[in-house]
Design a protein around this ligand. Structure first.
Ligand code: MN
Length: 256
């Protein structure tokens, strides 16, 4: 039996821990395809206002989970939706996309972004048991330090998505118990490849961040995760099946 076959047999599943299902032309069809292929998909959201509708869209799908988010790049216009975010929070275990964006273009709203992100972390710490998928583009050290200050590891768990940070920042995140969801696009960047080499294997999850990443010139989808696993496995010098098993083990640990 090939790696591919044993990793894909019906007793197993794949993991896409950060995907914007709501941003595809046909969100439900994309979700159904993921569900049929047994890709456990965390559908992140960007604005709490869309939450009730999104919940309805994906509720019937066994392999889809929905995260309640307020995206840092939308905070400039939507900071006031934090009240709505707090109101819906008890309806899910998953939070995201949240975080900070320090890149040109978003930097201007950093004071508001910080206020919102700290509030998110404080409320999660208060309520307990949440799992967060966190954005840290351009400002990884700042994000990790904010998490360390506001969310004790026994009050909530963090998955850093598309994380590109220095060796010491990555070590600080690992020390705090963070996991990392990795996508195939990261392999195209020398800096990101460096970060990947700092991440312990028992903290690795996989993601597409679709539709923001591409596969063969079209937006990547959760059903592309077997290919993501293959590419990442080659980087880590593992067999595809070995990495697929590692990711499932890690997810179990994260959810336990
Ligand atoms: Mn994203």
């Amino acid at each position: 039996m090939t790696d591919q076959k044993s990793a894909g047999d019906s007793a197993t599943y794949w993991v896409d821990f950060h995907c914007h299902l709501d941003l595809y032309p046909d969100p439900v069809a994309t979700a159904v395809a993921a569900n049929d292929k047994r890709v456990r998909t965390l559908a992140v959201t960007t604005t709490p206002r869309a939450w009730p509708h999104e919940r309805e869209m994906f509720a019937h799908l066994e392999f889809i989970r929905l995260a309640l988010g307020l995206h840092p790049e939308l905070v400039a216009e939507r900071a006031s939706e934090i009240a709505l975010w707090e109101r819906y929070l008890d309806q899910t275990r998953y939070v995201g996309e949240v975080g900070l964006d320090g890149r040109r273009g978003a930097r201007g709203s950093l004071p508001q972004q910080r206020a919102v992100f700290q509030r998110v972390l404080d409320v999660c710490a208060e309520r307990g048991g949440k799992i967060l998928t966190v954005h840290s583009a351009g400002i990884p050290a700042d994000v990790v330090q904010t998490i360390v200050r506001h969310l004790p590891p026994d009050r909530g768990r963090v998955v850093l998505h598309w994380f590109v940070g220095s060796k010491s920042t990555t070590a600080q995140a690992v020390e705090h118990g963070c996991f990392f969801s990795l996508n195939a696009a990261m392999l195209q960047s020398e800096t990101a490849r460096k970060t990947l080499s700092y991440i312990p294997r028992d903290r690795i999850l996989t993601e597409t961040d679709g539709p923001f990443t591409k596969r063969d010139g079209r937006p990547a989808m959760p059903v592309d995760i077997p290919d993501t696993v293959g590419q990442l496995a080659a980087f880590f010098e593992m067999k595809s099946n070995e990495l697929a098993i590692q990711v499932r083990t890690n997810l179990k640990l994260l959810l336990s």
